[in-house]
Design a protein around this ligand. Structure first.
Ligand SMILES: [Fe+2]
Length: 143
């Protein structure tokens, strides 16, 4: 059973952004499967690498949309993205020491990111777009 189920109500309304979010949900569910199968910190590396990769293309995509649509909360949103990247790098450093409990901690971190950032902070941007604030959004190039 997945730890997190996607619901169409979570859509931000931008296909690429939604696809990226769905990908993160799948990654979280894979991590959870690993946890229930007994995986530990020594098997975290591919998941953390994937989170770094995700952060690189996904945050750039979101921030391009926000800049193009003149989103007034872009600066604060970008800070949340930077904090996510810093947190993942910190987890990578701790993984090297194979700290006990780190797998579960990473799982909770991703789950919280989904429920706090995606379902709240990103959702605010979705409402901004839905209100017709597309700005120059039609002219930007997506990754
Ligand atoms: Fe975001």
């Amino acid at each position: 059973m997945p730890i997190f189920e996607w619901n169409d109500g979570y859509s931000v309304g931008i296909d690429d952004v939604d696809q990226h979010h769905l990908h993160l949900v799948a990654l979280l569910n894979d991590m959870y499967d690993g946890f229930t199968a007994g995986m530990g910190a020594d098997q975290l590396a591919p998941f953390l690498d994937e989170l770094v990769d995700y952060a690189t293309y996904h945050f750039a995509c979101e921030e391009r949309w926000m800049a193009a649509s003149l989103y007034p909360e872009l600066a604060g949103h970008r800070i949340e993205h930077e904090k996510f990247i810093a947190a993942v790098v910190a987890l990578q450093l701790r993984m090297i020491r194979q700290e006990r409990g780190l797998y579960l901690e990473t799982l909770v971190f991703v789950k919280n990111w989904l429920s706090e950032h995606i379902l709240q902070t990103d959702a605010r941007y979705g409402r901004y777009i839905a209100d017709g604030h597309t700005g120059e959004g039609t002219t930007i190039e997506l990754a």
